[in-house]
Ligand binder design. Structure first.
Ligand SMILES: CC(C)(COP(=O)(O)OP(=O)(O)OC[C@H]1O[C@@H](n2cnc3c(N)ncnc32)[C@H](O)[C@@H]1OP(=O)(O)O)[C@@H](O)C(=O)NCCC(=O)NCCS
Length: 190
């Protein structure tokens, strides 16, 4: 797959917001019910940090096709430093071409470098694409808050899934079988 991944810059924010907004109609993906603006996302964007909580852009065929980012859990309380939530949004025109799976797998590979040992994914219980993607990558469903949201007039639940990731030093010295499944490039840029 000819896909380039790089750290997002603030100049990418309109494209990031546009891709996010594409996911609102249909009520599958996000608890936002109306389009967000670039201004509303500036603070969120600036909380990212390539060394710990990256936000990556994926380019394909010269276009921004998707973004994936990590955010701190529980408002960034320090005891949860090694836990991060992953968010992934693929532009509608690029759905179903393997980009989501490629990006999430790549982010998992980088988690040891980023100091993340628990990766959380939260999604609506009817979001089959995210559920399948997480199943494939080894996430475990740990929680379900049924009937906790109302989206487009329908009551929906939230699934909380997690992937446990061995720390970098342990991975490289001990857990070779895992390395074979997810070849790590822990010192590389995305
Ligand atoms: C969810 C999303 C990131 C998946 O990315 P993608 O590039 O379209 O998915 P991929 O082509 O990599 O496929 C990944 C898996 O999802 C499945 N899938 C993709 N689209 C699907 C759909 N509409 N319905 C059911 N399963 C779907 C694929 O079959 C594949 O599963 P498999 O390996 O068991 O066959 C993408 O659809 C998206 O951005 N959706 C809107 C935003 C969103 O829901 N983000 C998550 C918020 S929590």
């Amino acid at each position: 797959m000819d896909i380039q991944i790089r750290d997002a810059t603030e100049a990418d924010l309109p494209a990031i917001v546009e891709i996010y907004n594409q996911s609102i109609p249909g009520g599958w993906s996000t608890a936002d019910t109306k389009p967000i603006t670039v201004a509303e996302r500036v603070e969120w964007f600036r909380k990212h940090d390539p060394a710990k909580r990256p936000l990556w852009i994926a380019e394909m065929d010269g276009q921004i096709a998707a973004w994936i980012g990590l955010s701190s859990f529980y408002a960034g309380r320090p005891a949860y430093d090694a836990t991060a939530e992953v968010s992934l949004y693929v532009a509608s025109a690029f759905h179903g071409r393997g980009i989501g799976a490629f990006l999430k797998k790549r982010m998992i590979e980088h988690c040891p470098r980023l100091g993340v040992t628990t990766l959380l994914s939260m999604h609506f219980d009817h979001n089959q694409a995210t559920r399948r993607l997480n199943d494939r990558l080894g996430f475990q469903e740990l929680g379900h808050l049924p009937e906790s949201a109302v989206v487009e007039g329908k009551t929906r639940g939230l699934v909380i899934s997690a992937l446990r990731i061995p720390a970098a030093d342990w991975i490289s010295s001990v857990f070779n079988p895992w390395l074979k499944i997810l070849p790590l490039s822990i010192n590389q840029a995305p």
